[in-house]
Each structure stands twice: as structure tokens, then as C-alpha cells.
Design a protein around this ligand. Structure first.
Ligand SMILES: CC(C)(COP(=O)(O)OP(=O)(O)OC[C@H]1O[C@@H](n2cnc3c(N)ncnc32)[C@H](O)[C@@H]1OP(=O)(O)O)[C@@H](O)C(=O)NCCC(=O)NCCS
Length: 229
């Protein structure tokens, strides 16, 4: 972790995720520091129509006046629970320097399973432009190349063709279905699994900063530096 980033984001000294940056061509994934919470929440007020729910937890229905607090509390909650046993690495996604949405990669018992789940969203005006495919290809390459992942999983409801198409384009294979309670109605969730050899890579190479601290914080390369959990 560079000294500059620590000065910019002192919390990154204890939570290296906040100083992690992954760049590939026009795509940049940044650990979500406090200054990004407000702008992300603003984007999150317009992701999808109200009669369609793409998420397994319907957080995107939060009324606009409450969204900033809700988004902040979600990320602060993840920070407070971050441990090598269970972590969520959520990133703010920039495309050509503009904030467009969020890409996540989360895992439980990663040191044993080397498996994590991707999840993502874009502000509505940034959808359908290929950005969702690009950011997914980037996070998967990061997981395999920099975090030694064995598998990356994802899931999407059957009526979410854009998300299913992104997974297919990135190389994920079908991994079964399950029925979920979605706002009181049964809904089919498709599970997807990606192996390193099947990843369809983004054409631009990845540049990563803040990697050493992040790897340590999830228990790769010895001590987590986070204390006992
Ligand atoms: C899902 C999401 C991240 C995908 O990102 P995106 O940038 O919109 O997707 P892309 O532009 O990369 O498109 C991916 C593919 O989906 C296809 N697609 C998009 N909408 C589609 C639709 N309604 N029907 C069929 N295919 C569709 C595109 O044609 C494209 O395939 P192609 O390149 O072969 O034509 C984005 O649409 C989004 O944020 N949606 C709302 C939130 C959400 O669903 N999150 C995921 C929860 S599991």
C-alpha cells in the first residue's frame, strides 16, 4: 500500500481493501472509501424499474431520501465484519474516469475453498454499453491471477437476461437452479460457476495497486494484521 493512499484514506491503514485499485483500459475498480458513498448512493436510486427486482435482497427499493444512509451502513457493516474467514470486497467502478456502479467479490472460508461470488450493478444510464461485461471480466481476472482463486461463482434470476448474458460472455457455466422467495413470490435463481481456464478475458491487461496489503488482510501470505475474529 502506498503512503499516498494511506494519507488519502487513513482507514486503509487498517483495512487495505480501501486502498485497492484495479485498472484495465477504461475500467477502474476502487475500494469504496467514504467519499464515494454519497455518489454511489445517488447512482443507486435509479438501477431498474420498480416492478423488476434483480437482487436477492431488495435493497434497491430503498426510498431515495434514505439511500445514502442505507448504502453507507451496508459498506460500513461490511468493513466492521471484514475478516479472513468472511469478507466482501466491493469496489466503485469508474469507466473513462466516470463513476458508473459497483462490482463486488465476496467469500467465506476463502483460504480453504478459494471460491468467491461476484455481484454487480450499474446506474441505469450506464447499462447496455458493455461495461457490465468488462467489469466482470476484470474482477474475475483479478480473482484468478492475484488472489489465487479456484472458482468464481455468480447467480441471477431467470428474468435477468443482461446479468445471465454477462456471465455467459465471461465464460461461466450453468451450475444449477434454486427457487427463492422474491418479494413474496417464488423466483428461479440460476447459479453459475467459472473456472480459470474458461475465463474470457478483457482485452486490456490489469494493473493493481495495494495488492500486498489486501492479500495479507484475507490471510494469504501469512498474518492478516486484523487481529483475532
Ligand atoms: C446486469 C448488468 C450489470 C449488466 O451490465 P451491462 O453493462 O448492462 O451489460 P452489457 O452491456 O455488458 O451486456 C451484456 C449482454 O447482455 C445482453 N442483454 C442486455 N439486456 C438484455 C435483454 N434484455 N435481453 C437479452 N440480452 C440482454 C446484451 O445484449 C449483451 O450481450 P451482447 O454483447 O452479446 O449483445 C447491468 O445491466 C445492471 O446493472 N442491471 C441492473 C442490476 C442487475 O441486474 N445486477 C445484477 C444482479 S444479478
Amino acid at each position: 500500500m502506498g503512503d499516498d493512499l494511506e494519507r488519502e484514506a487513513p482507514a486503509a491503514a487498517v483495512l487495505p481493501l480501501l486502498a485497492l485499485r484495479i485498472t484495465a483500459g477504461p475500467v477502474e475498480l476502487r475500494g469504496i472509501t467514504d467519499d464515494l458513498l454519497g455518489p454511489l448512493a445517488e447512482l443507486a436510486t435509479d438501477i431498474h424499474d420498480r416492478d423488476f427486482m434483480p437482487f436477492t435482497f431488495p435493497w434497491s427499493l430503498t426510498p431515495a431520501p434514505d439511500m445514502a444512509r442505507s448504502v453507507a451502513q451496508y459498506h460500513w457493516g461490511n468493513r466492521s465484519r471484514f475478516s479472513a474467514q468472511q469478507w466482501n470486497a466491493d469496489f466503485a467502478v469508474f469507466y473513462d474516469g466516470e463513476l458508473v456502479g459497483s462490482q463486488g467479490f465476496g467469500a467465506g472460508h476463502y483460504l480453504v475453498t478459494r471460491t468467491g461470488e461476484t455481484g454487480s450493478w450499474l446506474g441505469r444510464r450506464f447499462q447496455g454499453l458493455g461495461i457490465g461485461t468488462a467489469m466482470r471480466q476484470v474482477i474475475c481476472a483479478f480473482a484468478f491471477d492475484q488472489l489465487d482463486a479456484r472458482y468464481v461463482t455468480s447467480s441471477a434470476f431467470a428474468d435477468n437476461p443482461a446479468s445471465l448474458a454477462v456471465s455467459r460472455k465471461a465464460g461461466y457455466a450453468d451450475n444449477g437452479t434454486e427457487l427463492r422467495d422474491r418479494l413474496g413470490q417464488p423466483a428461479t435463481l440460476h447459479r453459475l460457476l467459472l473456472e480459470p481456464a474458461r475465463l474470457v478475458r478483457y482485452p486490456h491487461p490489469l494493473t493493481v495497486s495495494g495488492l500486498a496489503g489486501f492479500r495479507q488482510s484475507i490471510g494469504l501470505d501469512g498474518t492478516t494484521g486484523l487481529g483475532p475474529r
